[in-house]
Ligand binder design. Structure first.
Ligand code: 5RP
Length: 224
């Protein structure tokens, strides 16, 4: 199976996961990226069975609207029952690195407002230790050099993602060569650097369910 087929399989599994719990007034939290896109495309067939979605990026919002799914502002809705999104890396504790698509801040916000985070990923994303994938940090533009110097002190090799502006008008620094032993502690330390908007460690609030696609099928992992 190709990686694209695995992404499609986990998107289909996520539909099976949420379908029995959809009500006419359900609003879903939807992530960003190629795996989330496959989920959005499959969700289109169910558009009359739920109310709409909150998106973690302008790109996902546009895709949802393109399928006739109403997109709501997060401030106009209450708690969301589900947040469905991909990941760049995920460990055995369902902690993740996210933000390869630069949507990490809105992803973290929508995830925080959601009761159940369903992570959909192909098996290449499963790691023992987070950090081989460069950890993205969203920064206020004027703080970029300062934050980069602080990241060097923490042992990272920070690289400015040239030419990229996030949906929030900020910039991204990717931390290379930054293997992470204690994701909860590192998430807090990185967020403590002045000028950091947020970082791509989803450790304090990790996933609740991981649907992991491999050649042998889709495995469903939870912490309970
Ligand atoms: C975007 C993300 C994505 O979830 C992550 O990059 C995975 O993307 P893909 O499904 O394309 O592999 O965090 O900011």
């Amino acid at each position: 199976m190709t990686q694209d087929e695995l992404k499609d399989a986990v998107a289909a599994a996520a539909i099976v996961e949420i379908m029995p719990r959809l009500e006419r007034d359900t609003i879903l939290g939807i992530g960003t990226g190629s795996t989330a896109n496959r989920f959005i495309d499959r969700l289109a067939a169910l558009r009359d069975d739920f109310q709409g979605a909150v998106a973690s990026s302008e790109a996902s919002a546009e895709r949802l609207r393109g399928h006739g799914i109403e997109v709501f502002e997060l401030n106009s809705v209450g708690r969301l029952p589900f947040y469905i999104d991909g990941a760049d890396e995920v460990n055995a504790h369902l902690q993740m690195i996210k933000g390869g698509g630069a949507a990490l801040t809105r992803e973290k916000i929508v995830a925080a407002c959601s009761t159940r985070f369903i992570c959909i990923a192909d098996a290449s994303k499963r790691v023992e230790r987070l950090g081989r994938f460069p950890l993205p940090i969203e920064v206020i533009p004027m703080a970029r050099s300062y934050v980069a110097r602080e990241l060097v002190k923490l042992g990272a090799d920070p690289v400015y993602r040239q030419g990229l502006v996030t949906d929030n008008g900020n910039q991204i620094i990717d931390c290379f060569d930054f293997m992470i032993d204690d994701p909860v502690d590192m998430e807090a330390r990185l967020n403590g650097i002045v000028g950091v908007v947020t970082n791509g460690l989803f450790a304090t609030r990790g996933a609740d369910v991981l649907l992991l696609g491999s050649v042998s099928g889709v495995e469903r992992l939870t912490l309970d």
